[in-house]
Design a binder for this molecule. Structure first.
Ligand SMILES: [Zn+2]
Length: 171
């Protein structure tokens, strides 16, 4: 396993719609393993393929933050088929190091996806896992969490990014 380089905003690949996965082969399994490794090393709970410079519709997540009892999911070609409720909470993104901001998301979601061998599956998620699924599926569509902030918060976030870029703390 290897830890992959993470794309930081405003890398172009983060703002582009990713391509559907059509090959469920060893390369895909290796990518997923490396994405889990990258996510754990970086301390995140979710990571989408465009964040590691791969234009593919897939992401990994583990919101348990518990080595003993992980909740590892790899969702390929995810499609949100139902949402309900609302939650407001702090959100971060490995492509926006050090930036945390309140974002409104749905409370529950049902997502249809393919597993590593291409079988179609569905899971129902809520709370942090719902936030993660919605955030990571957005990455597959070239949408970043800045786009989900209120205009005022987005403006503040962009100013903070500019400051960090100037001091070289953001590359
Ligand atoms: Zn993200």
């Amino acid at each position: 396993m290897e830890s992959l380089k993470i794309a930081h905003y405003p890398e172009k690949i983060l703002l582009a719609v990713a391509k559907p996965v059509t090959e469920f082969d060893a390369d895909l399994r290796r990518l997923v393993e490396n994405m889990f490794e990258t996510m754990y090393v970086a301390g995140g709970v979710g990571l989408a393929a465009p964040q590691v410079f791969e234009s593919k519709r897939l992401f990994v997540m583990d919101c348990a933050r518990n080595e003993e009892d992980p909740r590892k999911f790899a969702l390929i070609n995810p499609e949100i088929i139902h949402v309900e409720g609302e939650q407001l909470g702090e959100e971060g993104c490995l492509s926006f190091p050090g930036l945390f901001q309140n974002v409104k998301r749905q409370l529950r979601a049902v997502v249809r996806y393919q597993n590593l061998i291409g079988d179609f599956q569905e899971i129902e998620v809520e709370n942090l896992e719902a936030r993660c699924v919605l955030h990571e599926t957005d990455h597959c569509d070239g949408i970043v969490f800045l786009d989900r902030m209120t205009p005022l918060k987005r403006q503040m976030a962009k100013q903070k990014i500019k400051r960090l870029q100037k001091t070289g703390e953001w590359d």
